[in-house]
Design a protein around this ligand. Structure first.
Ligand code: ADP
Length: 438
């Protein structure tokens, strides 16, 4: 590039020298040398300015033709600029191609894909968004997503800012039969990609699974009651040799009944979107739980109760009692005799927390992510020996979900565990006055 420029500079210098030489010859031949030289310099200057103006016009795109065949400096400048423009055009063409290919791919996706800016304004959406979200092109471009997809649940989720989990079971606007799963992927500077997938089939299957479990459990209830009843009718002294067998039969039928009851509880909880809210008197609840723990422990453990907050809780007393007593029962069952079990009600920051701490066998970290799954056990034999159904923590999880609360588990093998139910601060209620109670 430099060599070409040097050559062009040489050509231009030769031209100027040629002009000056001509002025010199004319000056010497005709007289008035200084005037000739001045005129030649002025002409060179005017020519320079005129070319500069041409170049400016050409850069602005007002004149189309570039004199690229000029061997001087101006020609070199035009050629450099032309090359740059061509490579820019080529780069832009390729970018447009990639962009078009990306848009075509996104447009053909079966999932609704919507690009939102930081304020939730729609910047772009694909064809599937029309079918699944009812957006129409170009009318809804630049509209606010929450105004177009009118659902308080979706709006709350969009404004919540925690999009780590998808929002499931959202009825499609305009077609209630369609159930959507919404996911948000934040990118760039506050922009968000919203992807809505038709989950109707999956939801249907999930519903079938729930119905199946609920129906099977329900159908098993009656025969089990009959078996249980007859077993109780058999007097041990009628056939003493059958006594151990009868004992085992009674234990197993009781276990089966408990499994069926727990499965029905989970099915009932799963079928509900929310629970009726009531004041749950926490001091009363703690006393009940302590009595239950003592009854289960039969004096084998030290049971300690700590009520550090006088607040009550807003929720369903029956379901919360079921969740809390599952945690208490686990603590008693998985803590060897001589251990200590602590029931605590407190405020952590602003959040009300009920927790059960034991000095039991503890749980290894690799089991923790799956511990609330149905029938998941660290050790099946130990769980069965202690009369567990494998459904206790699953019930706890469902009850807490219905109260928008979280189960936090801290555990160390051989040291003990803490199961904490952490509620939102809105669920904390000031203790009732005597008038309210009365
Ligand atoms: P299970 O009826 O088997 O106790 P859960 O759902 O209540 O079923 O608990 C699942 C598993 O979690 C149990 O089998 C046990 O291995 C473990 N687990 C629950 N609570 C405790 C605890 N306090 N200490 C140690 N392990 C526990």
């Amino acid at each position: 590039m430099n060599a070409r420029l040097d050559r062009a500079l040489q050509v231009s210098l030769w031209r100027i020298s040629g002009g000056l030489l001509l002025a010199l010859v004319l000056g010497l031949a005709l007289g008035g040398l200084a005037w000739w030289l001045f005129a030649a310099t002025l002409a060179a200057l005017v020519y320079l300015l005129w070319r500069l103006r041409q170049f400016g016009h050409w850069l602005q795109g007002r004149s189309r033709l570039a004199p690229v065949d000029d061997a001087g400096l101006w020609g070199a400048l035009y050629r450099i600029q032309l090359r740059r423009q061509r490579s820019d055009t080529e780069r832009r063409r390729r970018l447009v191609q990639v962009l078009r290919a990306f848009r075509n791919t996104a447009a053909a996706l079966p999932d609704a894909t919507v690009v939102l800016d930081a304020d939730g304004v729609i910047l772009w959406f694909n064809d599937a968004s029309t079918r699944l979200l009812g957006l129409s092109y170009p009318h809804d471009l630049s509209g606010h997503f929450s105004n177009l997809v009118r659902s308080p649940r979706v709006t709350r989720w969009l404004q919540g800012g925690d999009w780590s989990e998808p929002l499931m079971d959202v009825p499609a606007p305009g077609d209630d039969a369609l159930r959507l799963g919404l996911r948000i992927i934040p990118y760039g500077q506050g922009q968000r990609l919203l992807v809505a997938r038709d989950m109707s089939k999956l939801m249907q299957l999930e519903q079938m699974r729930r119905d199946f479990v609920a129906n099977v459990s329900h159908e098993l209830r009656t025969p089990l009651t009959v078996v249980h009843g007859y077993l109780d009718l058999i007097e041990p002294d009628q056939s003493p040799e059958l006594e151990p067998m009868l004992m085992e039969l009674r234990t197993q039928s009781r276990r089966m009944t408990q499994i069926v009851e727990d499965l029905l509880t989970i099915s009932r909880l799963e079928a509900q979107d929310s629970l009726p809210e009531e004041r749950v008197s926490m001091p009363g609840m703690m006393q009940t739980l302590r009595r239950e723990a003592e009854a289960l422990s039969l004096g084998r453990h030290t049971i300690v109760m700590e009520i550090r907050s006088e607040l009550d809780l807003s929720g369903s007393p029956k379901e919360l009692h079921s969740a809390f007593s599952n945690l208490v029962s686990n603590a008693v069952r998985y803590t060897p005799a001589g251990g200590r079990i602590q029931l605590r009600w407190e405020l952590r920051g602003e959040q009300p927390v009920f927790s059960v701490t034991d000095t039991g066998q503890g749980i290894a970290p690799n089991h923790l992510p799956r511990i609330t799954e149905r029938f998941y056990r660290v050790s099946s034999s130990r769980s069965r020996d202690t009369g567990g159904t494998g459904l206790g923590l699953s019930i706890v999880k469902h009850v807490l979900q219905l109260h928008q609360a979280k189960l936090c588990i801290e555990s160390e093998v051989g040291v003990g565990s803490t199961f904490a139910c952490v509620f939102d601060n809105e669920r904390a209620l000031q203790p009732a006055t005597s008038e309210e109670l009365g």
